[in-house]
Design a protein. Structure first.
Length: 230
C-alpha cells in the first residue's frame, strides 16, 4: 500500500513508518492540514490516515475539502476523540473508517487493507470516461479516441477533477484549490493550465469536450451542437 499519514505527532509518525515500511508499504507524511491536502491532490495514494487535531486545518475540514475536490481515496480517521458525536462528524465529513487512540498497529494495518481491498474491488472508479475521453486512475494514462494524451501533472489533475464532476461544472475556486491548496500563485495560472489541457484534449478533435462557463468555471461534457457553451 502507498499511504499518506496526516499527523502532527512526530513520535507516532515515526512508529507508523517503522511498522509499515518493515512490511513493504510506502508512506508519506504531512504535519498539518494544508500540507496533507497538497500531497493528497498531487499523488495517487491507496489510503490516507488522518488525524483530527491538526495545525492550520483540522481533520474533518481536510476531509470535506478532499471530497469536494472529487477524491474518493479511502480515509481512516485516527484520533483520541472517542465520543459518538465526534464519530458522526467524521463519517459525515467523508471518513471510511474511524480508529481511536491508543490503538494496536496490526489493527490499523488490517483496517487499511480492508479499506483498500473494498475500494479497488467494489465500486471505486478506476477509469473515468466522458464520451471517447478516458482517464485511468491506476496508471494515470489519459486517452481520447484511443490516442494517448501527453499531459503535464497539473493538467492531469485538472482533467481528473473535471471528469469526476462531469457533466456538472466545477468552479474556478475548486479547481485552484485542487491544484494549489490554500496558496494559489499570483496571476491567472488556472487559465494557462486550462489552455494547455484544451490543446491536448480538444484541439486535435472535431468535437469539443471542455467548456467555459463565464464567471463560474469549467466543465467537461459531451454537449449537443445546439447546447454547447464554448
Amino acid at each position: 500500500m502507498h499511504l499518506l499519514v496526516v499527523e502532527d505527532n512526530r513520535n507516532l509518525v515515526a512508529n507508523l513508518f517503522d511498522y509499515f515500511e518493515a512490511r513493504g508499504h510506502m508512506l508519506d507524511a504531512a504535519p498539518d492540514g494544508p500540507t496533507g491536502l497538497h500531497l493528497a491532490g498531487h499523488h495517487a495514494y491507496d489510503a490516507i490516515v488522518l488525524d483530527w487535531m491538526l495545525p492550520r486545518l483540522d481533520g474533518p475540514e481536510v476531509l470535506r475539502r478532499l471530497r469536494e475536490d472529487g477524491s474518493d481515496v479511502p480515509v481512516l480517521m485516527l484520533t483520541a476523540r472517542d465520543e459518538l458525536p465526534d464519530k458522526i462528524i467524521g463519517f459525515r465529513a467523508g471518513a471510511d473508517d474511524y480508529l481511536t487512540k491508543p490503538f494496536a498497529l496490526p489493527e490499523l494495518e488490517v483496517r487499511l487493507e480492508a479499506l483498500v481491498a473494498r475500494a479497488t474491488g467494489r465500486g471505486r472508479r478506476r477509469v473515468l470516461e466522458v464520451a471517447d475521453l478516458k482517464l485511468d486512475l491506476a496508471t494515470l494514462e489519459a486517452t481520447r479516441g484511443g490516442r494517448v494524451l501527453h499531459l503535464y501533472p497539473a493538467c492531469r489533475k485538472l482533467l481528473e477533477v473535471l471528469m469526476r464532476a462531469s457533466p456538472a461544472a466545477v468552479t474556478r475556486d475548486r479547481l485552484e484549490h485542487a491544484l494549489w491548496g490554500d496558496d494559489p500563485p499570483d496571476g491567472d495560472m488556472l487559465r494557462s493550465h486550462v489552455y494547455e489541457l484544451r490543446r491536448s484534449v480538444d484541439e486535435p478533435f472535431e468535437r469539443k469536450l471542455i467548456h467555459t462557463l463565464p464567471r463560474v468555471g469549467y466543465r467537461i461534457a459531451e454537449l449537443s451542437a445546439e447546447g454547447g457553451d464554448g
